[in-house]
Design a protein around this ligand. Structure first.
Ligand SMILES: [Zn+2]
Ligand SMILES: [Zn+2]
Length: 171
């Protein structure tokens, strides 16, 4: 099988136990879904720094990159952006049992795309907002309250029974 571009062959570094190498590479990011809303990575490809250490029994990895995604604001549906600074660690000890095996490494190939995608999904905030104090949309008329101004209000409908009384004048 031909190696995929998103797979990094750890063996290609030809490290002996105790040796380490830092690799600069680009990671292709994938669209993610947060709260049933789609978010696109922006930019789609980000530079990353991968530290690879060969241990006696396996690998110790550190991956750093700063992804950002864009999509609808959770409150008002305007365009929103969330930026992350990720510093991830992964350990892999083949034959050491399931808890010592990384889900992103198979036969010496590191699946950077899957690792990056899972980390982005995990680290994104539950609410992605267009601004820190987004006011959302008006529940009565649907207008974006960020644009509407502080005076936007809907006086409660006067109760029909009281409407008649308001015609009564007390002199
Ligand atoms: Zn908003
Ligand atoms: Zn309104």
């Amino acid at each position: 099988m031909a190696p995929r571009a998103d797979l990094f062959e750890l063996g290609s570094l030809a490290l002996d136990p105790g040796e380490a190498r830092t690799v600069e590479l680009d990671i292709e990011l994938q669209p993610v879904t947060v709260g049933a809303q789609p978010y696109e990575p922006q930019p789609a490809s980000v530079p990353a720094r991968l530290d690879v250490s060969r241990t006696v029994a396996g690998w110790s990895l550190r991956l750093r990159f700063d992804p950002a995604v864009e999509g609808p604001c959770t409150r008002c549906l305007d365009r929103a952006r969330a930026a992350l600074e990720l510093d991830l660690r992964e350990y892999h000890q083949p034959g050491g049992g399931e808890e010592l095996a990384s889900p992103y490494i198979e036969q010496g190939a590191l699946d950077l795309r899957a690792w990056a995608r899972d980390a982005v999904v995990l680290e994104l905030p539950t609410y992605i907002l267009c601004r820190e104090n987004c006011l959302g949309i008006c529940s009565a008329c649907g207008e974006n309250l960020n644009d509407a101004g502080p005076d936007h209000d809907h006086p409660a409908e006067p109760d029909a029974r009281w409407a008649k009384l308001s015609d009564v004048r007390f002199d």
